[in-house]
Structures are given as structure tokens and as C-alpha cells.
Design a protein around this ligand. Structure first.
Ligand SMILES: [Zn+2]
Ligand SMILES: [Zn+2]
Ligand SMILES: [Zn+2]
Length: 476
């Protein structure tokens, strides 16, 4: 069977010329597009709407044809040349709210679905509902102190003074090490050091850079400690139980990473019940022991040995099944999903990679953030830290871990969620054109040949469009 005749064209096509409509009668978004695409504007708007209002859609050029295997007849065709915009558009998929609000919202929804499925089960996605009966704990791994910073202290609903000290002490640099202010929630002083000279910037960024290593070590200890608690060998433990997890990283305003993690005791096989001895109390105790045991020895900048550990403010709570309370499944999943769309922005860091000290100098960030970034840059030039790639991760204040990770057994994957959505959208696009979705044809007798080439990012008018109400601003 000859398929070469249907080879896709990847040539970048310019939009066709359309007659100009009467823009005076159009809503702002449409008028903006009409100036560029003429009567093709509604189709372009519809196309942008299908990227769920992505602020920088990925442009693709090419086509997809469905061919009859027997006769070679083209049964359906979708090509980017049919679009008045000249391209097929895909959402950018950026996780960060500061880069693409629409895609990050979608990512947050996925993160919620993924975490929730691991807590309460999701029969539709093949995650058994019995999971809700497994012992689960929600744990916060904190960073140690690298010097006093301004903080908001809330106890029993009351905001307390930041650092109350009657004797009003000062540090060796002559600055107060106390602060009587009751900081507001959005006070820019929060997380800023009382004395920058007293704050150990080098240790702070090295700690951030070693969070993934600390995490790996903690995870390795869990089955060992659990086996010891039960008085069985690790092989015997594997035959009765497994510990699964999901975790998310959060930047504190002081520029240090915290991890929020969910741990769960499962049976030995995917979907099997937790053993009868498994309780949240036992799980909490095992995690607490692993945290206390976790330590990493590294070479300090001056050559002396440095020890890295988790902070002492370690927090662990049992997740209650099917309740509405603070530690309910839904609340914990929402909490985790919230952090999944943020990066170092919450610590005042930039949202993209940095290329030079010159660029760092000109960043609109706090002095504290700039100093953390500069420290990454400086330490990144030292041979002993080459493997940490501190310059490449200076915008993340040294942290190069993933924002949301989970063990293989925890729940469905992001990939599975995305595939379901892409399939839905592709079909939607096909149906909209009367071209028929893939399901219409028998897979055994037809062949789908598709080739789309990357043609660029963004449409060049997205900010004006957003100002005019955006593609979603119009009634469907
Ligand atoms: Zn996007
Ligand atoms: Zn303060
Ligand atoms: Zn000082």
C-alpha cells in the first residue's frame, strides 16, 4: 500500500487573505482578531478557546490523514492549512502560574486528581476505593534555621510578636536580634533575615541543593525501620506490606524548601489490602524515626565537613478517611495541588533560568533573594559542587528537585490524565470540523498518518487579546 503520496507538508503557511468584516459590531476580542484574520477571526478564536485560553500556545504545522488500507482512499484529513491561523495549536502545558495561568490551573486540577486518587481511590481511573481504608499520614519536612528571619507567629488565632526579647539583644554586627512587630500576612519583611551577615547563605543554598538527596535517604530508611519495628526481615516485610508516597516541594518566604508528603501503607501487590497490623500511628512513628536518622555529610565551601539534616520542626498527621475536617482527603489533596503550581516565586525568586551575574544584578527581587541567587552562582563555580549545577538552578535557589513526585504505586500518573484530556480535545476538534473522530473508523482497515512539525510558541497578540477579554471571554 502506498502511503508516500500522503506525506505531510511541514511548510509554514501564512494565513490566507479574508475579507474584512465590520469590526464596529464585534466584541473586543473578535475585533482584535478580525484586524488580522478577517472573516477567519471566529475560527481563530474558537481554536484559541480549545487551548483552554493558554497564554503561549505551541504552533504546529502539518496534517493528519485517515487512509483506507485496502484502497488507499483518504477518508478524512485535518491539516493546519485549514485553520485561518495557519497552524494547529496546542496548550503550552506550563505548570507555573506566573508563566501561564490557564495551563497551571489545569495542572493544578491534575495534581489534585492524582493526589486525591491516591487518598480516596478513583474507580474511574482504576484506583481502588479501598485505599481510603489504608493508614495514611501527611508529613511536612522543614529546613533547619540558617539565621533568624522575620516571621508571622500565630497561636490560637492570635498574631504574636515576631521575636519578643525583653533584653533587646544585638548581634555582632550591631543589629537587633529581636523584633516586636506582629507581622501581617502579606508583610514583605516576612522571611527576610534580621541581619543578612548573620544568615548563612552558603549553607542555605547547599541545603536546598541537597533536598533530593536527603529525601532519597529518608525514603530508603522507611522499610528498614518498619521491618525493625515489626521484628521481621526486609524480605519478609516486602511480602506483607509496602510504603507508597507522593510529595510536593514548597518554597518558604526565607528561600528554603519544605516538602509536604503523603505516606501510605499498602499490601504487597498493587491494589491489595493493608496488613492488619498497619496503623497511622505506626506509620507516623516510622517516618519520625527516619527523619531523625537522615543526615548527609558534604564538603563545605572552605573545605571543612558539613552535616545536612531536616529541620527540627517536623510535623506529621494522620489523614482521616471520608471526613470534612482539616486533615480530610480533599483538604490535603487541595493543599498539595496548591504548591504544585508554584516555584521559587513564593520566595521572591525569578521564574526562569539566569545566564549571568549581570542579569542577577538587574533582577527585580529582594536583597535576600538576590543574595541567595548570587551565592548559588558563586558556589556553582567551585569544582566540588559541579555536580549540583548550582548556576543552572540559581533561579530555584539551588533546588533542582521536582515539584511534585510520587512513587510508582501511589495512584494514576499525570500521563494518564493528560492522555485522557488530549484524546477528548482531539475528538472535539475533529467533530467540530465534521471530519469524524478516530473512533468512527475501524482500526483494522484504516491507517492514520500524521506529521506535525513545531513552528513556534505564542501568537504574538496574546497579551492584547487577554486585555480585550481573552478567547474565553466570549459566549460559546
Ligand atoms: Zn499555556
Ligand atoms: Zn519581624
Ligand atoms: Zn549580624
Amino acid at each position: 500500500m502506498r502511503v508516500s503520496t500522503f506525506a505531510a507538508s511541514t511548510a509554514t503557511r501564512l494565513p490566507r487573505a479574508f475579507p474584512a468584516p465590520d469590526t464596529a459590531a464585534l466584541p473586543d476580542s473578535l475585533a482584535l482578531l478580525a484586524a488580522r484574520y478577517g472573516s477567519g477571526a471566529p475560527a481563530v478564536l474558537e481554536q484559541l478557546r480549545r487551548t483552554h485560553d493558554c497564554s503561549a500556545p505551541i504552533r504546529l504545522a502539518g496534517e493528519r490523514v485517515t487512509v483506507d488500507r485496502e484502497t488507499g482512499e483518504i477518508l478524512a484529513r485535518y491539516g493546519s492549512d485549514q485553520e485561518p491561523s495557519g497552524y494547529a495549536l496546542l496548550p503550552c502545558g506550563n505548570r507555573r502560574a506566573s508563566r501561564c495561568p490557564a495551563c497551571s490551573k489545569l495542572y493544578r486540577g491534575d495534581a489534585f486528581a492524582l493526589i486525591r486518587a491516591g487518598l480516596a481511590g478513583d474507580e474511574a481511573k482504576g484506583v481502588p476505593a479501598e485505599l481510603a481504608g489504608h493508614p495514611r499520614v501527611f508529613v511536612t519536612f522543614t529546613a533547619p534555621s540558617f539565621g533568624p528571619v522575620h516571621g508571622r507567629v500565630v497561636r490560637a488565632g492570635r498574631v504574636l510578636p515576631c521575636r519578643a526579647r525583653r533584653d533587646h539583644p544585638v548581634c555582632s554586627h550591631g543589629l537587633p536580634t529581636w523584633c516586636a512587630l506582629r507581622h501581617a500576612e502579606n508583610d514583605p519583611a516576612l522571611g527576610q533575615p534580621l541581619c543578612p551577615e548573620c544568615f548563612d547563605y552558603e549553607a542555605a543554598v547547599l541545603w536546598n541543593a541537597h533536598v533530593p538527596a536527603l529525601w532519597r535517604r529518608t525514603i530508603t530508611y522507611l522499610p528498614r525501620i518498619l521491618a525493625a519495628e515489626l521484628g521481621v526481615s526486609r524480605t519478609a516485610l516486602r511480602e506483607t506490606a509496602r510504603i507508597s508516597f507522593a510529595k510536593v516541594a514548597e518554597f518558604q518566604s526565607r528561600g528554603l524548601v519544605h516538602l509536604h508528603a503523603i505516606f501510605r501503607i499498602d499490601g504487597p501487590d498493587q491494589g491489595s489490602a493493608a496488613p492488619p497490623w498497619a496503623t497511622s500511628e505506626l506509620l507516623a512513628d516510622v517516618v519520625a524515626q527516619a527523619v531523625a536518622r537522615t543526615s548527609l555529610r558534604i564538603e563545605g565551601p572552605a573545605g571543612a565537613e558539613m552535616e545536612l539534616r531536616w529541620g527540627v520542626q517536623f510535623d506529621v498527621r494522620a489523614i482521616q478517611p471520608g471526613t470534612e475536617g482539616e486533615w480530610s482527603e480533599a483538604r490535603v489533596a487541595a493543599y498539595v495541588a496548591k504548591y504544585a503550581t508554584k516555584a521559587a516565586e513564593s520566595a521572591g525568586g525569578p521564574d526562569r533560568r539566569l545566564r549571568s551575574p549581570y542579569e542577577i544584578e538587574r533582577l527585580a527581587v529582594t536583597d535576600h533573594a538576590r543574595r541567595l541567587i548570587t551565592t548559588c552562582w558563586t558556589l556553582g563555580g567551585l569544582a566540588q559542587y559541579e555536580h549540583l549545577r548550582l548556576r543552572a538552578w540559581a533561579h530555584m535557589l539551588g533546588f533542582r528537585g521536582h515539584f511534585l513526585t510520587k512513587g510508582r504505586r501511589y495512584s494514576v500518573t499525570f500521563g494518564a490524565l493528560r492522555t485522557a484530556r488530549v484524546r477528548y480535545r482531539t475528538n472535539l476538534a475533529m467533530i467540530a470540523r465534521g471530519l469524524n473522530g478516530g473512533d468512527e473508523y475501524d482500526e483494522a482497515s484504516t491507517l492514520v498518518i500524521g506529521h506535525f512539525a513545531f513552528a513556534g510558541v505564542g501568537m504574538g497578540f496574546m497579551s492584547e487579546l487577554a486585555a480585550a477579554g481573552g478567547p474565553g471571554g466570549l459566549a460559546p
